[in-house]
Design a protein around this ligand. Structure first.
Ligand SMILES: Cc1cc2nc3c(=O)[nH]c(=O)nc-3n(C[C@H](O)[C@H](O)[C@H](O)COP(=O)(O)OP(=O)(O)OC[C@H]3O[C@@H](n4cnc5c(N)ncnc54)[C@H](O)[C@@H]3O)c2cc1C
Ligand code: SF4
Ligand code: SF4
Length: 429
Protein backbone atom coordinates (compact mmCIF):
# COMPACT_ATOMS: atom_id res chain seq x y z
CA UNK A 1 0.00 0.00 0.00
CA UNK A 2 1.46 3.31 -1.01
CA UNK A 3 1.80 5.85 1.79
CA UNK A 4 1.43 8.65 -0.72
CA UNK A 5 -2.34 9.08 -0.50
CA UNK A 6 -2.77 8.09 3.11
CA UNK A 7 -1.99 11.19 5.13
CA UNK A 8 -4.03 12.86 7.80
CA UNK A 9 -5.55 14.88 4.95
CA UNK A 10 -7.20 11.65 3.84
CA UNK A 11 -10.78 10.62 4.68
CA UNK A 12 -11.40 6.97 5.45
CA UNK A 13 -14.85 5.67 4.51
CA UNK A 14 -15.72 2.30 6.02
CA UNK A 15 -18.37 0.31 4.11
CA UNK A 16 -18.92 0.37 0.34
CA UNK A 17 -22.72 0.28 0.10
CA UNK A 18 -24.65 3.11 -1.51
CA UNK A 19 -23.94 5.34 1.52
CA UNK A 20 -20.18 4.69 1.64
CA UNK A 21 -19.87 5.10 -2.13
CA UNK A 22 -21.80 8.37 -1.98
CA UNK A 23 -19.79 9.76 0.94
CA UNK A 24 -16.52 8.80 -0.76
CA UNK A 25 -17.54 10.37 -4.06
CA UNK A 26 -18.86 13.59 -2.56
CA UNK A 27 -15.60 14.11 -0.67
CA UNK A 28 -13.42 13.06 -3.63
CA UNK A 29 -15.27 15.33 -6.04
CA UNK A 30 -14.44 18.20 -3.65
CA UNK A 31 -10.79 17.30 -4.22
CA UNK A 32 -10.20 15.29 -1.04
CA UNK A 33 -8.24 12.05 -0.94
CA UNK A 34 -10.45 9.15 0.14
CA UNK A 35 -9.92 5.52 1.00
CA UNK A 36 -13.07 3.42 0.67
CA UNK A 37 -12.73 0.18 2.66
CA UNK A 38 -15.28 -2.59 2.05
CA UNK A 39 -15.19 -5.95 3.80
CA UNK A 40 -16.83 -7.88 0.93
CA UNK A 41 -15.17 -8.58 -2.44
CA UNK A 42 -17.51 -6.06 -4.13
CA UNK A 43 -19.03 -2.64 -3.55
CA UNK A 44 -22.80 -2.16 -3.63
CA UNK A 45 -23.91 -3.44 -0.23
CA UNK A 46 -27.48 -4.57 0.28
CA UNK A 47 -28.92 -2.22 -2.33
CA UNK A 48 -27.42 -4.47 -5.01
CA UNK A 49 -29.52 -7.32 -3.59
CA UNK A 50 -32.88 -5.61 -4.08
CA UNK A 51 -35.01 -6.49 -7.11
CA UNK A 52 -36.60 -3.07 -7.46
CA UNK A 53 -36.53 0.24 -5.61
CA UNK A 54 -39.55 1.95 -4.17
CA UNK A 55 -41.04 4.39 -4.92
CA UNK A 56 -40.36 4.29 -8.67
CA UNK A 57 -39.91 0.53 -8.89
CA UNK A 58 -36.77 0.87 -10.97
CA UNK A 59 -33.90 -1.62 -10.73
CA UNK A 60 -31.05 -0.87 -8.30
CA UNK A 61 -28.67 -0.62 -11.26
CA UNK A 62 -30.16 2.91 -11.65
CA UNK A 63 -28.43 4.31 -8.57
CA UNK A 64 -25.43 2.00 -8.44
CA UNK A 65 -24.31 2.36 -12.05
CA UNK A 66 -24.16 6.15 -11.82
CA UNK A 67 -22.02 5.92 -8.70
CA UNK A 68 -19.74 3.28 -10.21
CA UNK A 69 -19.22 5.47 -13.27
CA UNK A 70 -18.35 8.45 -11.05
CA UNK A 71 -16.00 6.23 -9.05
CA UNK A 72 -14.17 4.86 -12.09
CA UNK A 73 -13.53 8.40 -13.30
CA UNK A 74 -12.18 9.71 -10.00
CA UNK A 75 -8.54 9.25 -9.10
CA UNK A 76 -9.03 10.65 -5.58
CA UNK A 77 -10.77 7.51 -4.33
CA UNK A 78 -8.85 4.37 -3.60
CA UNK A 79 -11.18 1.37 -3.29
CA UNK A 80 -10.02 -1.43 -1.02
CA UNK A 81 -12.24 -4.51 -1.01
CA UNK A 82 -11.97 -7.50 1.36
CA UNK A 83 -10.80 -4.91 3.87
CA UNK A 84 -11.90 -4.39 7.47
CA UNK A 85 -10.88 -1.70 9.91
CA UNK A 86 -9.74 -3.43 13.06
CA UNK A 87 -8.38 -0.50 15.08
CA UNK A 88 -8.58 3.28 15.11
CA UNK A 89 -6.35 5.25 17.46
CA UNK A 90 -5.58 8.95 17.75
CA UNK A 91 -7.94 11.85 17.58
CA UNK A 92 -9.89 14.11 15.21
CA UNK A 93 -7.60 15.24 12.42
CA UNK A 94 -4.93 12.68 13.26
CA UNK A 95 -6.07 9.06 13.40
CA UNK A 96 -4.16 5.87 12.72
CA UNK A 97 -6.42 3.18 11.27
CA UNK A 98 -5.33 -0.43 11.12
CA UNK A 99 -6.81 -2.31 8.16
CA UNK A 100 -6.96 -6.06 7.70
CA UNK A 101 -6.95 -7.07 4.02
CA UNK A 102 -8.06 -10.63 3.27
CA UNK A 103 -6.75 -12.42 0.18
CA UNK A 104 -8.90 -12.59 -2.97
CA UNK A 105 -6.47 -15.10 -4.56
CA UNK A 106 -7.20 -13.36 -7.89
CA UNK A 107 -5.10 -10.49 -9.24
CA UNK A 108 -5.93 -7.44 -11.35
CA UNK A 109 -5.11 -9.54 -14.43
CA UNK A 110 -8.56 -11.17 -14.14
CA UNK A 111 -10.79 -10.59 -17.17
CA UNK A 112 -13.88 -12.13 -15.51
CA UNK A 113 -13.96 -14.83 -18.20
CA UNK A 114 -15.41 -17.37 -15.72
CA UNK A 115 -13.18 -20.31 -16.72
CA UNK A 116 -12.09 -20.88 -13.11
CA UNK A 117 -15.73 -21.23 -11.99
CA UNK A 118 -16.37 -23.76 -14.76
CA UNK A 119 -13.31 -25.75 -13.72
CA UNK A 120 -14.20 -26.23 -10.04
CA UNK A 121 -17.03 -28.34 -8.66
CA UNK A 122 -16.98 -27.20 -4.99
CA UNK A 123 -19.93 -25.06 -3.98
CA UNK A 124 -20.63 -22.70 -1.09
CA UNK A 125 -23.90 -21.10 0.13
CA UNK A 126 -24.54 -17.98 -1.95
CA UNK A 127 -24.53 -15.00 0.47
CA UNK A 128 -25.77 -12.68 -2.30
CA UNK A 129 -28.99 -14.74 -2.41
CA UNK A 130 -29.12 -14.96 1.41
CA UNK A 131 -28.08 -18.63 1.24
CA UNK A 132 -31.17 -19.65 -0.79
CA UNK A 133 -28.95 -21.42 -3.32
CA UNK A 134 -25.31 -22.35 -3.78
CA UNK A 135 -22.59 -20.94 -5.97
CA UNK A 136 -19.21 -22.17 -7.17
CA UNK A 137 -16.29 -21.62 -4.78
CA UNK A 138 -14.63 -19.56 -7.58
CA UNK A 139 -17.15 -16.80 -8.21
CA UNK A 140 -18.13 -13.32 -9.27
CA UNK A 141 -20.32 -11.99 -6.44
CA UNK A 142 -23.11 -10.69 -8.69
CA UNK A 143 -23.82 -9.05 -12.02
CA UNK A 144 -23.11 -5.53 -10.66
CA UNK A 145 -19.86 -6.54 -8.93
CA UNK A 146 -17.16 -3.88 -8.68
CA UNK A 147 -14.32 -4.50 -9.13
CA UNK A 148 -15.32 -6.86 -11.92
CA UNK A 149 -12.99 -9.57 -10.71
CA UNK A 150 -13.51 -13.16 -9.55
CA UNK A 151 -12.81 -14.41 -6.01
CA UNK A 152 -11.66 -17.77 -4.71
CA UNK A 153 -13.30 -18.94 -1.52
CA UNK A 154 -10.58 -19.74 1.07
CA UNK A 155 -12.09 -23.24 1.53
CA UNK A 156 -10.60 -24.41 -1.81
CA UNK A 157 -7.18 -22.82 -1.39
CA UNK A 158 -4.60 -25.54 -0.66
CA UNK A 159 -6.85 -28.22 -2.23
CA UNK A 160 -7.00 -29.90 -5.64
CA UNK A 161 -9.96 -27.63 -6.46
CA UNK A 162 -7.82 -24.53 -5.98
CA UNK A 163 -5.21 -26.03 -8.33
CA UNK A 164 -7.93 -26.78 -10.91
CA UNK A 165 -9.03 -23.14 -10.82
CA UNK A 166 -5.45 -21.96 -11.25
CA UNK A 167 -4.81 -24.35 -14.13
CA UNK A 168 -7.97 -23.13 -15.91
CA UNK A 169 -6.89 -19.48 -15.86
CA UNK A 170 -5.15 -18.64 -19.11
CA UNK A 171 -4.45 -15.08 -17.88
CA UNK A 172 -2.36 -16.30 -14.94
CA UNK A 173 -4.59 -14.23 -12.65
CA UNK A 174 -4.84 -16.73 -9.79
CA UNK A 175 -2.31 -16.40 -6.98
CA UNK A 176 -2.87 -19.13 -4.39
CA UNK A 177 -0.03 -17.77 -2.27
CA UNK A 178 -1.80 -14.50 -1.37
CA UNK A 179 -1.83 -13.85 2.38
CA UNK A 180 -3.76 -11.67 4.78
CA UNK A 181 -2.15 -8.24 5.20
CA UNK A 182 -2.31 -5.61 7.94
CA UNK A 183 -1.84 -1.96 6.97
CA UNK A 184 -1.67 1.20 9.12
CA UNK A 185 -2.97 4.42 7.58
CA UNK A 186 -2.92 8.02 8.75
CA UNK A 187 -6.32 9.63 8.21
CA UNK A 188 -7.88 12.87 9.40
CA UNK A 189 -11.57 11.87 9.52
CA UNK A 190 -13.59 8.68 9.34
CA UNK A 191 -17.03 8.06 7.86
CA UNK A 192 -18.60 4.92 9.24
CA UNK A 193 -21.01 3.50 6.62
CA UNK A 194 -21.26 -0.17 7.50
CA UNK A 195 -25.01 -0.32 6.93
CA UNK A 196 -27.59 -2.71 8.30
CA UNK A 197 -28.41 -6.37 8.57
CA UNK A 198 -31.78 -8.13 8.73
CA UNK A 199 -32.89 -9.11 12.22
CA UNK A 200 -32.47 -12.85 12.85
CA UNK A 201 -36.01 -14.09 12.10
CA UNK A 202 -35.39 -17.41 13.89
CA UNK A 203 -35.51 -15.49 17.17
CA UNK A 204 -39.22 -14.74 16.59
CA UNK A 205 -40.24 -18.21 17.71
CA UNK A 206 -44.06 -18.04 17.15
CA UNK A 207 -43.46 -17.44 13.43
CA UNK A 208 -41.39 -20.60 12.93
CA UNK A 209 -38.89 -19.23 10.42
CA UNK A 210 -36.46 -21.95 11.49
CA UNK A 211 -39.17 -24.67 11.36
CA UNK A 212 -41.36 -23.93 8.35
CA UNK A 213 -39.89 -23.88 4.83
CA UNK A 214 -42.62 -21.58 3.53
CA UNK A 215 -41.92 -18.81 6.03
CA UNK A 216 -39.21 -16.58 4.56
CA UNK A 217 -37.92 -13.05 5.12
CA UNK A 218 -38.45 -9.89 3.09
CA UNK A 219 -34.82 -9.83 1.99
CA UNK A 220 -35.14 -13.40 0.70
CA UNK A 221 -38.33 -12.41 -1.14
CA UNK A 222 -36.36 -9.70 -2.97
CA UNK A 223 -34.05 -12.41 -4.29
CA UNK A 224 -36.96 -14.72 -5.30
CA UNK A 225 -38.44 -11.94 -7.45
CA UNK A 226 -35.12 -11.06 -9.09
CA UNK A 227 -34.32 -12.70 -12.45
CA UNK A 228 -30.71 -13.01 -11.19
CA UNK A 229 -31.96 -14.75 -8.03
CA UNK A 230 -32.15 -18.43 -7.12
CA UNK A 231 -35.43 -19.11 -8.98
CA UNK A 232 -34.68 -16.95 -12.02
CA UNK A 233 -37.30 -14.44 -10.87
CA UNK A 234 -40.15 -16.92 -10.36
CA UNK A 235 -42.00 -16.65 -7.06
CA UNK A 236 -41.77 -20.29 -6.06
CA UNK A 237 -42.09 -21.46 -2.51
CA UNK A 238 -39.16 -23.30 -0.97
CA UNK A 239 -40.91 -26.48 0.27
CA UNK A 240 -42.09 -27.84 -3.10
CA UNK A 241 -41.28 -25.27 -5.80
CA UNK A 242 -45.01 -24.51 -6.25
CA UNK A 243 -45.94 -21.01 -7.46
CA UNK A 244 -46.72 -18.89 -4.40
CA UNK A 245 -49.78 -16.97 -5.58
CA UNK A 246 -51.27 -16.30 -2.16
CA UNK A 247 -48.67 -14.44 -0.12
CA UNK A 248 -48.95 -13.06 3.44
CA UNK A 249 -46.71 -10.22 4.58
CA UNK A 250 -46.24 -9.89 8.34
CA UNK A 251 -45.18 -6.42 9.42
CA UNK A 252 -43.03 -5.47 12.41
CA UNK A 253 -41.35 -8.90 12.41
CA UNK A 254 -38.88 -8.23 15.19
CA UNK A 255 -39.29 -4.44 15.23
CA UNK A 256 -41.25 -2.37 17.77
CA UNK A 257 -40.98 -5.24 20.21
CA UNK A 258 -39.31 -5.06 23.63
CA UNK A 259 -38.17 -8.70 23.22
CA UNK A 260 -36.43 -8.01 19.91
CA UNK A 261 -35.74 -4.59 18.35
CA UNK A 262 -37.31 -1.65 20.16
CA UNK A 263 -37.17 0.70 17.19
CA UNK A 264 -39.43 0.98 14.14
CA UNK A 265 -37.30 -0.08 11.17
CA UNK A 266 -39.13 2.50 9.02
CA UNK A 267 -38.50 0.77 5.70
CA UNK A 268 -40.37 -2.52 6.12
CA UNK A 269 -43.88 -1.12 5.54
CA UNK A 270 -42.74 0.38 2.24
CA UNK A 271 -40.81 -2.82 1.41
CA UNK A 272 -43.96 -4.97 1.80
CA UNK A 273 -46.13 -2.50 -0.13
CA UNK A 274 -43.52 -2.66 -2.89
CA UNK A 275 -43.35 -6.45 -2.76
CA UNK A 276 -47.12 -6.79 -3.37
CA UNK A 277 -46.20 -5.43 -6.81
CA UNK A 278 -43.88 -8.39 -7.32
CA UNK A 279 -46.83 -10.74 -6.70
CA UNK A 280 -49.03 -8.78 -9.09
CA UNK A 281 -46.26 -8.65 -11.70
CA UNK A 282 -45.80 -12.44 -11.49
CA UNK A 283 -49.44 -13.56 -11.41
CA UNK A 284 -51.63 -10.62 -12.48
CA UNK A 285 -55.16 -10.76 -11.02
CA UNK A 286 -54.59 -14.38 -9.93
CA UNK A 287 -52.03 -13.19 -7.36
CA UNK A 288 -53.15 -12.35 -3.84
CA UNK A 289 -51.25 -10.38 -1.18
CA UNK A 290 -52.37 -9.89 2.40
CA UNK A 291 -50.55 -7.44 4.64
CA UNK A 292 -50.93 -8.05 8.38
CA UNK A 293 -49.98 -4.81 10.10
CA UNK A 294 -50.17 -2.84 13.35
CA UNK A 295 -50.15 0.48 11.52
CA UNK A 296 -48.66 1.33 8.14
CA UNK A 297 -45.79 3.77 8.29
CA UNK A 298 -45.34 5.13 4.79
CA UNK A 299 -43.27 8.16 5.58
CA UNK A 300 -43.53 11.52 3.76
CA UNK A 301 -44.22 11.35 0.03
CA UNK A 302 -44.53 7.59 0.20
CA UNK A 303 -48.16 8.03 1.30
CA UNK A 304 -49.03 8.20 -2.44
CA UNK A 305 -47.42 4.82 -2.97
CA UNK A 306 -49.46 3.38 -0.07
CA UNK A 307 -52.68 4.79 -1.51
CA UNK A 308 -51.94 3.27 -4.91
CA UNK A 309 -51.40 -0.17 -3.36
CA UNK A 310 -54.62 0.22 -1.35
CA UNK A 311 -56.50 0.60 -4.63
CA UNK A 312 -55.12 -2.70 -5.95
CA UNK A 313 -57.89 -5.31 -5.67
CA UNK A 314 -55.33 -8.12 -5.27
CA UNK A 315 -54.03 -6.59 -2.02
CA UNK A 316 -55.83 -6.96 1.30
CA UNK A 317 -54.91 -5.29 4.59
CA UNK A 318 -55.59 -6.96 7.94
CA UNK A 319 -54.96 -4.81 11.01
CA UNK A 320 -53.51 -7.37 13.37
CA UNK A 321 -50.30 -8.49 15.01
CA UNK A 322 -50.16 -12.15 13.96
CA UNK A 323 -49.98 -14.26 17.14
CA UNK A 324 -48.51 -17.43 15.68
CA UNK A 325 -48.02 -19.52 12.56
CA UNK A 326 -48.63 -23.25 12.33
CA UNK A 327 -47.96 -25.45 9.32
CA UNK A 328 -50.64 -27.54 7.65
CA UNK A 329 -49.03 -30.97 7.64
CA UNK A 330 -50.67 -32.07 4.34
CA UNK A 331 -50.16 -28.99 2.17
CA UNK A 332 -47.15 -27.37 3.84
CA UNK A 333 -49.18 -24.16 3.87
CA UNK A 334 -48.48 -21.75 6.73
CA UNK A 335 -51.66 -20.97 8.71
CA UNK A 336 -51.72 -17.59 10.43
CA UNK A 337 -53.56 -17.19 13.74
CA UNK A 338 -54.55 -13.93 15.38
CA UNK A 339 -57.28 -11.41 15.99
CA UNK A 340 -58.31 -8.75 13.48
CA UNK A 341 -58.35 -5.65 15.68
CA UNK A 342 -60.79 -3.77 13.43
CA UNK A 343 -63.59 -6.32 13.82
CA UNK A 344 -62.18 -8.35 16.74
CA UNK A 345 -62.59 -11.55 14.73
CA UNK A 346 -60.30 -14.46 15.35
CA UNK A 347 -58.76 -15.81 12.18
CA UNK A 348 -56.85 -18.90 11.07
CA UNK A 349 -55.88 -18.08 7.49
CA UNK A 350 -53.91 -20.26 5.14
CA UNK A 351 -51.40 -18.89 2.63
CA UNK A 352 -48.93 -20.40 0.15
CA UNK A 353 -46.03 -18.38 1.51
CA UNK A 354 -45.35 -16.00 4.41
CA UNK A 355 -42.91 -13.12 4.09
CA UNK A 356 -41.68 -11.70 7.38
CA UNK A 357 -40.97 -7.97 7.08
CA UNK A 358 -37.89 -8.29 9.27
CA UNK A 359 -36.44 -5.36 11.11
CA UNK A 360 -33.18 -3.64 10.25
CA UNK A 361 -30.39 -3.44 12.81
CA UNK A 362 -26.92 -1.93 12.46
CA UNK A 363 -24.51 -4.43 10.90
CA UNK A 364 -21.83 -3.09 13.24
CA UNK A 365 -23.26 -1.85 16.53
CA UNK A 366 -21.69 1.12 18.29
CA UNK A 367 -19.92 -1.09 20.84
CA UNK A 368 -18.32 -3.13 18.02
CA UNK A 369 -16.71 -0.15 16.29
CA UNK A 370 -12.95 -0.26 17.01
CA UNK A 371 -12.95 3.37 18.20
CA UNK A 372 -14.83 5.45 20.74
CA UNK A 373 -18.22 6.35 19.25
CA UNK A 374 -21.58 7.52 20.51
CA UNK A 375 -24.48 5.18 19.70
CA UNK A 376 -28.20 5.04 20.47
CA UNK A 377 -29.91 2.23 22.41
CA UNK A 378 -30.25 0.13 19.23
CA UNK A 379 -26.54 0.44 18.39
CA UNK A 380 -26.96 2.96 15.52
CA UNK A 381 -23.96 5.27 15.48
CA UNK A 382 -24.34 9.00 16.05
CA UNK A 383 -20.72 10.18 15.89
CA UNK A 384 -17.67 10.32 18.12
CA UNK A 385 -16.93 12.38 21.23
CA UNK A 386 -13.95 14.01 19.48
CA UNK A 387 -16.03 15.00 16.43
CA UNK A 388 -13.84 13.28 13.82
CA UNK A 389 -15.85 10.10 13.17
CA UNK A 390 -19.23 10.39 11.44
CA UNK A 391 -21.85 7.84 10.53
CA UNK A 392 -23.59 7.64 7.17
CA UNK A 393 -26.67 5.83 5.89
CA UNK A 394 -28.02 2.80 7.71
CA UNK A 395 -25.09 2.75 10.13
CA UNK A 396 -26.80 5.82 11.60
CA UNK A 397 -30.46 4.76 11.35
CA UNK A 398 -32.86 2.55 9.39
CA UNK A 399 -33.16 4.57 6.18
CA UNK A 400 -34.32 4.20 2.61
CA UNK A 401 -31.79 4.77 -0.18
CA UNK A 402 -32.75 8.38 -0.73
CA UNK A 403 -32.27 9.30 2.92
CA UNK A 404 -29.13 7.15 3.17
CA UNK A 405 -27.61 9.15 0.32
CA UNK A 406 -28.58 12.45 1.96
CA UNK A 407 -27.02 11.32 5.22
CA UNK A 408 -23.85 10.26 3.36
CA UNK A 409 -23.55 13.65 1.69
CA UNK A 410 -23.93 15.38 5.06
CA UNK A 411 -21.20 13.18 6.53
CA UNK A 412 -18.87 13.94 3.65
CA UNK A 413 -19.29 17.67 4.31
CA UNK A 414 -18.57 17.20 8.01
CA UNK A 415 -15.47 15.13 7.26
CA UNK A 416 -14.26 17.80 4.82
CA UNK A 417 -14.62 20.41 7.57
CA UNK A 418 -12.36 18.34 9.82
CA UNK A 419 -9.79 17.90 7.06
CA UNK A 420 -9.84 21.57 6.13
CA UNK A 421 -9.36 22.59 9.75
CA UNK A 422 -6.43 20.18 10.02
CA UNK A 423 -4.94 21.81 6.94
CA UNK A 424 -5.46 25.23 8.53
CA UNK A 425 -8.23 26.28 6.13
CA UNK A 426 -11.24 27.14 8.27
CA UNK A 427 -14.32 26.86 6.08
CA UNK A 428 -17.80 27.59 7.32
CA UNK A 429 -20.26 25.22 5.71
C1 LIG B 1 -36.65 -5.82 2.47
C2 LIG B 1 -36.05 -4.49 2.20
C3 LIG B 1 -36.32 -3.84 1.00
C4 LIG B 1 -35.83 -2.57 0.77
N1 LIG B 1 -36.20 -1.94 -0.38
C5 LIG B 1 -35.84 -0.64 -0.56
C6 LIG B 1 -36.34 0.10 -1.68
O1 LIG B 1 -37.08 -0.43 -2.50
N2 LIG B 1 -36.00 1.42 -1.79
C7 LIG B 1 -35.19 2.03 -0.87
O2 LIG B 1 -34.93 3.24 -1.01
N3 LIG B 1 -34.65 1.34 0.19
C8 LIG B 1 -34.97 0.03 0.36
N4 LIG B 1 -34.48 -0.66 1.43
C9 LIG B 1 -33.45 -0.02 2.27
C10 LIG B 1 -32.04 -0.11 1.61
O3 LIG B 1 -31.64 -1.46 1.56
C11 LIG B 1 -31.03 0.73 2.43
O4 LIG B 1 -31.46 2.08 2.41
C12 LIG B 1 -29.61 0.67 1.85
O5 LIG B 1 -29.13 -0.65 1.80
C13 LIG B 1 -28.68 1.53 2.73
O6 LIG B 1 -27.37 1.46 2.22
P1 LIG B 1 -26.09 1.55 3.18
O7 LIG B 1 -24.93 1.78 2.29
O8 LIG B 1 -26.34 2.52 4.27
O9 LIG B 1 -25.99 0.11 3.86
P2 LIG B 1 -25.66 -1.32 3.22
O10 LIG B 1 -26.41 -1.52 1.95
O11 LIG B 1 -25.92 -2.30 4.34
O12 LIG B 1 -24.11 -1.28 2.89
C14 LIG B 1 -23.16 -1.35 3.92
C15 LIG B 1 -21.84 -1.85 3.35
O13 LIG B 1 -20.86 -1.87 4.41
C16 LIG B 1 -20.12 -3.09 4.35
N5 LIG B 1 -19.63 -3.40 5.69
C17 LIG B 1 -20.33 -3.88 6.75
N6 LIG B 1 -19.50 -4.03 7.81
C18 LIG B 1 -18.26 -3.64 7.41
C19 LIG B 1 -17.01 -3.56 8.06
N7 LIG B 1 -16.86 -3.92 9.32
N8 LIG B 1 -15.95 -3.10 7.36
C20 LIG B 1 -16.09 -2.74 6.05
N9 LIG B 1 -17.28 -2.81 5.38
C21 LIG B 1 -18.33 -3.23 6.06
C22 LIG B 1 -21.15 -4.10 3.85
O14 LIG B 1 -20.50 -5.24 3.30
C23 LIG B 1 -21.91 -3.27 2.81
O15 LIG B 1 -21.28 -3.32 1.56
C24 LIG B 1 -34.96 -1.94 1.72
C25 LIG B 1 -34.66 -2.61 2.91
C26 LIG B 1 -35.23 -3.86 3.17
C27 LIG B 1 -35.00 -4.50 4.49
S1 SF4 C 1 -9.40 -15.67 -12.41
FE1 SF4 C 1 -8.74 -16.21 -14.49
S2 SF4 C 1 -10.17 -17.85 -15.08
FE2 SF4 C 1 -11.08 -16.85 -13.33
S3 SF4 C 1 -12.42 -15.32 -14.24
FE3 SF4 C 1 -10.47 -14.31 -13.83
S4 SF4 C 1 -9.34 -14.46 -15.74
FE4 SF4 C 1 -11.01 -15.94 -15.87
S1 SF4 D 1 -41.84 0.35 9.10
FE1 SF4 D 1 -43.81 -0.65 9.38
S2 SF4 D 1 -43.29 -2.85 9.52
FE2 SF4 D 1 -41.42 -1.74 9.82
S3 SF4 D 1 -41.23 -1.60 12.03
FE3 SF4 D 1 -42.17 0.33 11.32
S4 SF4 D 1 -44.37 -0.04 11.45
FE4 SF4 D 1 -43.36 -2.04 11.60
Amino acid sequence: MSGSIATNQTILVVGGGISGMTAALEAAECGKQVILAEKDPTLGGRTALLYRYFPKLCHPTCGLEINLRRLKGNRNVRVMTLTEVVKITGTRGDYTATLKISPRYVTEACTACGDCANAVSSEIPNPYNYGLNKMKAAYLPHSMAYPLRYVLDPSIVGTAEGEKAKAACKYNAIDLGMKEEMVDLKVGAVIWATGWKPYDAAKIQPYGYDRFANVITSVEFERLADPHGPTGGKILRPSDGKEAKNVAFIQCAGSRDENHLRHCSRICCMASLKQTNYVREAFGDAGKSTIYYIDIRAIDRFEDFYQKVQQDATVKFVKSKVAKIVEDAKTGNPVLHGVDTEGYHRYATEHDLVVLAVGMEPSVKGAQVPAEVIADSSGFIEGSPDGGIFSAGCASSALDVNRAVQSATASALRAIQVINKTAGTEVAI
